[in-house]
Design a protein around this ligand. Structure first.
Ligand code: SAM
Length: 281
């Protein structure tokens, strides 16, 4: 299936459907962009690709040509029906489709141990962040290539002291390296959303921090960014059982500034603060 406006309308008409807003359905209609995404993703004949939300299959066929296996997770039964009829029954035998909310998927059920697993997805915008958190927690996934709206793309690669820097940027920096690959204009979708999008790649990396309790660290990161306008110390006083003067002494020893905010701190500084507060156990 070649992604184009005509083909997309033809398929929607054939099945008597309209794009569903509640499922974040904005279908890709630019075949050059589809090729660019598949070429950017590091796929070879040994790769298992997970596609979240294949929709009517704008990317699925090309992914299937490049990969060993493509596992699609789609919440909308109408889309599942289309993928079965138009993609799988038309010959793409290495494609599987599961009708499920991806946030409820347990990847352990899919025999992925020892495989080279990557995610390629034009994500539904209304649950982009929870999906990315889930993907980061799935160690079997080594690389992620996602289409996200511009604002999320900037947060994923955000740097300290910018308005885009937040808990998501810090978590990504801790677990992976993220890169903004290229912009995708709103007119490459049907229906066209109100904002442009971009492709971001996220590659899992090992770090040397040797933290004992990673989940606790990731919660710590979320809590220090919770109230962005509060100082770091005020955010800490809210969630942890410390005395102000104790915090002032420890924070000053690392940042030199007791009034700093989380958004000015590098990942290294955040880790040092987490450790000096004795939280890593
Ligand atoms: N991949 C297609 C494309 O690029 O044209 C469709 C992308 S559209 C932005 C998002 C897709 O995700 C839709 O097909 C939608 O039904 C599906 N979706 C929405 N929420 C989902 C969820 N929780 N789990 C799985 N799929 C979901």
């Amino acid at each position: 299936m070649i992604a184009s406006i005509n083909r997309t309308k033809e398929i929607l008409n054939k099945y008597d459907l309209q794009a569903k807003k509640r499922f974040g359905q904005n279908f890709l209609i630019d075949s050059n962009i589809v090729s660019k995404i598949v070429n950017t993703a590091n796929i070879d004949e040994n790769t298992v690709v997970i596609e979240i939300g294949p929709g009517i299959g704008a990317m699925t066929e090309l992914l299937a040509k490049a990969a060993k296996r493509v596992i699609c997770f789609e919440i909308d039964s109408d889309m599942v029906n289309i993928i079965n009829n138009e993609i799988i029954n038309e010959g793409a035998r290495n494609v599987e489709i599961k009708e499920i909310d991806f946030l409820k998927v347990n990847l352990k059920d899919y025999n992925l141990e020892g495989e080279k697993v990557i995610v390629v997805s034009n994500l539904p915008y209304y649950i982009t962040t929870p999906i990315i958190f889930k993907l980061l927690n799935e160690e079997v996934i080594k690389e992620i290539y996602v289409m996200v709206q511009d604002e999320v793309a900037r947060r994923l690669v955000g740097l300290p002291k910018t308005k885009d820097y937040g808990s998501l940027s810090v978590m990504i920096k801790y677990l992976a390296t993220a890169k903004f690959e290229f912009k995708v204009g709103r007119n490459c979708f049907f229906p066209a959303p109100n904002v442009d999008s971009g492709i971001v790649s996220i590659k899992r990396t090992k770090n040397d921090y040797n933290l004992k309790n990673e989940p606790k660290f990731l919660k710590f990161v979320q809590s220090i960014f919770e109230m962005r306008r509060k100082t770091l110390i005020n955010n800490l006083l809210k969630d942890y059982d410390y005395k102000r003067n104790e915090l002032e002494e420890k924070i000053a020893s690392i940042t030199g500034d007791i009034n700093c905010r989380a958004e000015s701190l590098s990942l290294d500084e955040i880790i040092k603060i987490y450790q000096i507060l004795g939280l890593d156990k």
